[in-house]
Design a protein around this ligand. Structure first.
Ligand code: GLA
Length: 368
């Protein structure tokens, strides 16, 4: 078994080797990493992970910023990197309400498009982007975040203009664009029962109409104490019931106090000093006790994932190191978060060691 680079936990086995009989272990790559500006992070990616997801560069606004303009320079690099290292390459994401330019939904005079015209854009986008990487990107998040917390369709322009079958249309176009690719539905907070049931209804509805869905991605933007392990386990089991693979697609564990995500991003500097301390308690480093809590949380999660290895196809971390994480700027911009396995210097954290131990022992708990 190969061991990881030097550092605090030198001699540690690579994650992808530890879990090679269980599931893919993936990571989301930033633009900087793909562009070659973070060689140390990239060496960690090569060492530990056997699957990659692009954090942003394949989102509509990045790859297709203007009506007849596609930008494939960095996406080509992303795919070439994955191929060079024989990785399982993910495409993220084709149809989403967010990070999609306004022009997609409007005509030249700014009036809302009709159903057929919007479906034509959807088709053009899916055929062009998936078509370019046919046979090279093995799996796609076709639709992201279509369900609301109450289990109904989330209100968005795709729904308003096309109607509920926008999801079905996206899967049909994607299947035509690359018949061999695996096609997934991806969402967050699926531990919430009503939202999860809505997602499962959606998948079963597609299946009844003869549309094949290969997997459901549960994002896994979690916290130290919530959701509970029981809720996560219930969710993994339920999501696999329509006969699809389950993927944990965007794993990170926030250690900072919860702040509602649905509100607009707020600046930490706009808070009074007391609230700044409350919502950003560790600006100068993570206390050992919290570092251990994070390690134990990750150990428990990976013990659970291992238990359900027959249902899980992949576990992907949403970033390589703490400085990369979106959680530093959403929902509050300017916080110092610590959700990943590697710190801001790309040094392995206790959590990496704990995950490996969790795989080797039954409990993996590193103690208080
Ligand atoms: C969602 C998306 C990701 C990413 C995260 C956080 O989970 O699926 O692509 O944007 O939000 O930024």
């Amino acid at each position: 078994m190969k061991t990881a680079m030097s550092g605090k936990y030198a001699g540690q086995p690579a994650l992808k080797d530890v879990f090679k009989d269980d599931f893919h272990v993936g990571v989301a790559l930033s633009l900087d990493q793909i562009s070659g500006n973070e060689p140390i992070a990239i060496s960690l990616v090569e060492e530990h992970f056997d699957s990659i997801t692009p954090e942003n560069i394949l989102k509509w606004e990045e790859v297709h910023p203007e009506p007849n303009k596609y930008r494939f320079e960095v996406t080509d690099r992303y795919v070439a990197f994955g191929e060079k290292h024989k990785m399982h390459i993910i495409g993220h994401t084709l149809v989403w309400f967010h990070q999609t330019p306004d022009w997609v939904f409007q005509d030249e005079s700014g009036k809302p498009l009709g159903r057929e015209a919007l479906l034509e854009w959807m088709r053009d986008h899916i055929f062009t982007v998936m078509g370019r990487y046919r046979g090279r990107i093995q799996a796609w998040d076709v639709v992201n975040e279509a369900i609301a917390p109450d289990g109904q369709f989330r209100k968005c322009k795709w729904l308003d203009i096309v109607g509920e079958d926008y999801v079905l249309k996206a899967f049909e176009f994607a299947r035509q664009a690359d018949p061999a690719a695996e096609l997934y539905y991806n969402d967050y907070d699926l531990e919430n029962q009503s939202k999860r049931e809505g997602a499962i209804r959606l998948i079963r509805g597609l299946q009844e109409k003869g549309v094949r869905v290969d997997g459901i991605g549960t994002q896994g933007h979690w916290f130290l104490d919530s959701p509970s392990l029981d809720e996560i386990e219930t969710s993994i089991v339920a999501l696999s019931e329509p006969g699809v693979k389950v993927m944990v697609t965007e794993l990170d564990v926030g250690v900072l106090p919860f702040y509602p995500l649905d509100s607009k991003v707020v600046e930490l500097s706009s808070f009074d000093p007391e609230s700044q301390k409350k919502y950003n308690p560790y600006p100068n480093g993570l206390p050992d006790s919290v570092q251990k809590d994070l390690a134990n949380r990750y150990a428990e999660l990976f013990s659970l994932f291992r238990k359900h290895r027959d249902r899980l196809g992949r576990v992907t971390f949403w970033g390589v190191h703490d400085a990369q994480s979106w959680r530093n700027y959403i929902p509050i911009r300017g916080r110092t978060e610590y959700p990943m396995l590697f710190d801001r210097q790309c040094k392995p954290k206790l959590a990496l060691d704990a995950i490996v131990r969790a795989a080797q022992t039954k409990s993996g708990n590193i103690g208080g």
